[in-house]
Design a binder for this molecule. Structure first.
Ligand code: PLP
Ligand code: SF4
Length: 378
């Protein structure tokens, strides 16, 4: 967990006159996003080499961050887990690394209706905008950086909702993007209202990184009032490193929970950011401390521009092995790989069954001890 000093933003010249009211205002954070190297240099001194990288890479894959998120950087260097998630690197456009990548590895854009991906019978992905308040270097939808930022029109959304209304097998709608919580409350209210009104929809899940990059979104009373009205709602967010979890996060999550909305987290395993069992352990502990339930740990997707963040698949198994027994079961996510071409997610676990025969099953426990039981397999 990252305990920030009081008025932590005032240590930067650029924000030394910004008071708490302004800093803690989500709209101010959005409006004052840092998008160019000139603005960035007012926050950190950027050396010549990095400037050159920025100039080559950012026209291809855009740069953007909220003031809050970049203020979590401790050292403006690739060794810093927050810096590494927002600052461009040459590897993103290196053909030797990225050639096998795809702009859309899961064929999400192949959909019955523009904006909807219907892969599993009972749930659909529902993309409402391609805008995000921070552009993550590891984004699986990095194609959004290229195709540009756009929120769907009411007309597009109505067509998407009509598809769900007509398909009674759909029990859950995953509102995704971009980041849906960058939309104004009024538009969210419209979308949630229409979805909540569909009888066969039990769950409305919003995937958002706003708790990570703009926790002040959840200081907004109007949004909280809206969450309160939609009792089908769940929030799934995306923390990757303990440095991202602050007192501000805690307040944001507390506000969300107070509306009766559960908060879960998906982490992506990222080389040079969190591919370390101690970091993941600390991340999971920090999430539990602020009452977020770890849900998934994802093997990094083969998106073009992201492949340099990929670890071995084994790395995640090692981490899962380490977590079991050491950490409360509440803090243990499901490690999963998303198969190519929309073939679905597969959970991965260390091998805990050593032998199966007619009369017994032999297990290996979290300490590596072999335990023979008379449990029959079949
Ligand atoms: C990941 C995903 C889901 C949701 O899967 P869960 O295991 O329920 O989290 C649904 N649709 C698509 C297309 C997905 O990629
Ligand atoms: S917030 Fe999510 S969708 Fe937006 S850039 Fe980051 S990972 Fe991608």
């Amino acid at each position: 967990m990252n305990f920030l000093p009081e008025r932590y933003w005032q240590r930067f010249d650029l924000w030394k006159d910004i008071d708490e009211n302004l800093w803690n205002n989500w709209k101010w954070q959005l409006k004052n996003r840092i998008k160019s190297i000139q603005e960035l240099e007012k926050v950190f001194s950027i050396d010549k080499k990095k400037k050159e990288i920025f100039q080559k890479v950012s026209p291809v894959f855009h740069f953007g961050t909220t003031p809050y998120y970049i203020s979590l950087v401790k050292k403006p260097d690739y060794t810093d887990p927050v810096f590494r998630q927002i600052f461009p690197s040459f590897e993103e456009i290196d053909p030797d690394i990225q050639n096998n990548g795809s702009n859309d590895p899961f064929n999400e854009e192949r959909s019955p209706v523009e904006g909807i991906t219907h892969r599993y019978p009972d749930r659909v992905l529902f993309r409402v905008t391609t805008f995000c308040s921070v552009y993550c270097r590891h984004c699986m939808r990095k194609r959004n950086f290229i195709y540009g930022e756009r929120a769907k029109s009411k007309k597009d959304i109505d067509i998407m909702i009509e598809y769900i209304r007509k398909n009674r097998s759909i029990r859950e709608v995953l509102i995704s993007g971009g980041d849906p919580l960058t939309l104004p409350n009024k538009k969210l209210d419209y979308i949630l209202g229409r979805l909540q009104g569909i009888k066969h929809v039990d769950i409305i899940r919003i995937g958002s990184r706003e708790p990570v990059v703009n926790p002040f979104r959840f200081y907004d009373e109007n949004l909280l009032e809206l969450f309160e009205r939609y009792d089908k709602l769940w929030i799934v967010t995306h923390f990757n490193h303990p440095n991202e979890i602050t007192q501000e996060t805690k307040k944001a999550v507390k506000n969300i929970l107070s509306t009766g909305t559960p908060v879960l987290n998906q982490t992506v395993l990222l080389k040079g950011i969190n591919d370390d069992k101690y970091i993941i352990e600390e991340l999971m502990r920090s999430l539990l401390r602020v009452k977020i339930k770890p849900y998934y740990l994802f093997f990094c997707d083969p998106t073009k521009g992201v492949l340099h963040f990929r670890t071995d698949i084994k790395k995640g198994i090692e981490i899962m092995e380490y977590l079991r027994g050491r950490l409360s079961g509440l803090g243990i996510p499901t490690y999963a790989v998303d198969l190519p071409e929309g073939k679905g997610k597969v959970p991965l676990l260390p091998e805990y069954i050593v032998e199966i025969n007619d009369k017994s099953t032999v297990f290996r426990n979290y300490e590596g001890e072999i335990v023979k039981t008379d449990i029959k397999w079949g």
